[in-house]
Design a protein around this ligand. Structure first.
Ligand SMILES: [Zn+2]
Length: 161
């Protein structure tokens, strides 16, 4: 028997002012995009905005449904749009922000498990990691240099070959 340890590293910033101009802009866009969420059930509005490798910007927000499992997270709305509009083009960075039920939004929130799986396959598909910039409307900001780090031992297309 041997034990394997996987390392997970991310950056924490105290404010938007510490980010690069490009990341700060993207995060502010993600904060704005929370407004387009359709979240009448959870009242948890999420906005995600991607900077594509071709310079294009693609946005997504969560879209819920009275039949709850039909609803989609902002991240997967974004990935579906990006993949439809610009097939095979990598995403450099996705900024994700949210507004909570009680108006609180003071810490970063990470993608859910299904979205981690979707991000993992997107990276695999375009052969390039997706950086994530995660933050609320205020408070600390987390930057992760590759979404796959959020899903160690991921199930992937390799298993289906
Ligand atoms: Zn999700």
């Amino acid at each position: 028997m041997k034990k394997i340890q996987e390392k997970f590293e991310y950056e924490v910033y105290d404010s938007v002012n510490e980010l690069t101009e490009s990341d700060a802009w993207l995060l502010n866009e993600a904060r704005d995009v929370t407004q387009s969420a359709y979240a009448p059930y959870s009242h948890f509005q999420v906005g995600a905005v991607a900077k594509m490798a071709n310079g294009q910007i693609v946005a997504g927000s969560n879209q819920e449904n009275a039949s709850f499992p039909v609803g989609l997270c902002a991240e997967r709305v974004l990935l579906a749009s990006a993949g439809s509009l610009y097939p095979k083009v990598p995403i450099e960075t996705i900024a994700i922000s949210y507004q909570g039920n009680n108006g609180g939004s003071d810490h970063p929130v990470a993608p859910c498990g299904i979205c981690r799986q979707a991000l993992h396959e997107f990276e695999e598909r375009v052969k390039q990691p997706v950086r994530l910039v995660l933050a609320g409307m205020e408070g600390k900001i987390i930057v992760i240099n590759g979404a796959h780090q959020l899903l160690p031992l991921a199930f992937s297309s390799k298993e289906l070959r």
